[in-house]
Write a protein of this length. Structure first.
Length: 203
């Protein structure tokens, strides 16, 4: 089957999930008679929400870019890949819930663990998509080497393990867990951008 519909559907789900991330950020108990100082205090109180929103937005952006590159390397799809990809998108669409939970309770170990667990399972789901399409399904473009497919799969699995490490650290040191959750997509984005800039144009 052609890959156009899976690409369009995936883009829509990821875009919708990113949009939902912002909906939990709103001022509470702000009256029309609120003074400027009270308004500033109310906005500053939303800092944890903004922080978690930025982290989740970056995670979704990295997920979309990785999925976009995967689709580019994909030659065609079959019904099993459609199901695996839908499972991956289910976890992407679920991300706004732990984002809101962690925004309301940024220092609560359980909230940190739930957030990291969802991120880890999301990455594992994408690894399953890559594993099937790259090897068992044979759905990738013929010119792509097995070495590249192996590297992409290992990278996806390593990211999952890093999120698990963030869960373990966050249960005892919540700030460390939050730092890891922010550092994982940020370091991935920086490394990919640096790698692109370091390439020599063959022309």
């Amino acid at each position: 089957m052609p890959k156009g519909r899976i690409e369009s559907f995936s883009d829509c789900v990821i875009a919708f999930a990113i949009t939902l991330l912002i909906l939990d950020i709103h001022l509470q108990d702000v009256r029309t008679t609120t003074s400027s100082a009270e308004m500033i205090h109310a906005i500053m109180a939303l800092a944890p929400h903004f922080l978690i929103y930025v982290i989740s937005f970056l995670i979704c952006t990295v997920a979309w870019i990785a999925h976009h590159e995967f689709i580019h390397d994909l030659d065609h799809v079959d019904s099993r890949l459609l199901w695996l990809n839908s499972l991956y998108l289910m976890w992407i669409a679920f991300l706004p819930f732990p984002t809101a939970l962690l925004g309301n309770h940024p220092e609560q170990p359980v909230a940190i663990a739930v957030y990291g667990s969802v991120c880890a399972v999301t990455c594992l789901s994408f690894s399953a998509v890559r594993l099937y399409a790259s090897f068992r399904g044979g759905l990738m473009k013929k010119g792509i080497s097995d070495g590249k497919l192996d590297r992409d799969l290992r990278l996806s699995l390593c990211v999952s393990l890093l999120y698990v490490g963030g869960v373990a650290a966050g249960l005892f040191f919540p700030s460390v867990g939050l730092f890891l959750y922010a550092a994982i997509p940020a370091s991935y984005a920086i490394s990919r951008l640096a790698g692109r800039e370091g390439r020599v144009d063959p022309r």
